[in-house]
Design a protein around this ligand. Sequence first.
Ligand code: CO
Length: 210
Amino acid sequence: MKSYEKLLLENKAWASEKTMDDPDYFKRLVDIQSPEFLWIGCSDSRVPANEITGTQPGEIFVHRNIANMVVNTDLNLLSVLQYAVETLHVKHIIVCGHYGCGGVKAAMTNHNMGIINKWLRNIKDVHRFHREEVDAIEDENQQLNRMIELNVIEQVMNLAKTSIIQKAWKEENRPDIHGWVYDLHDGIIKTVFEIPAQTHIDPLYEFDDL
Ligand code: CO
């Protein structure tokens, strides 16, 4: 059997197991999608949103990219964000990075990686904002891990800077935004940062007339 054929076989087994436990399982999901959470995570195959949070299909709306970035010109992210906030009315947005992130690691080198350079440039900016703190850390692993935490914090801030979030904060006092980092070594998520709805960020980034 080819490797991808095994996926299809597993899918059949999974589907029949679900309906065996709960005959209406799929029927319920077809009728409504009302997740309470938007997850913005890394594409890394070792950090599957549902599995590590013990959530089921229908519970988390998910966007993943290299190094869980919130880039304000990324139409994909902005579309997901707008839909999650304005249509699904999510209550919480979680930006979840992970220690040992290859994307952040690559951004801390000078390797030329082609088109990925443009994506990693956003992480290099995070390094520049926090240069003093990051460069003062001697241990290379600890330096990377701190950069991963700072990157999550900056992406949470980037969400708060969007008019989508500011409008929802003003009109509906939601969503709260959470910055988390997952540890591949023990499977535990560490909370590193949080911005409750309606927090006043730097006035430079606040919009009038939302
Ligand atoms: Co990663």
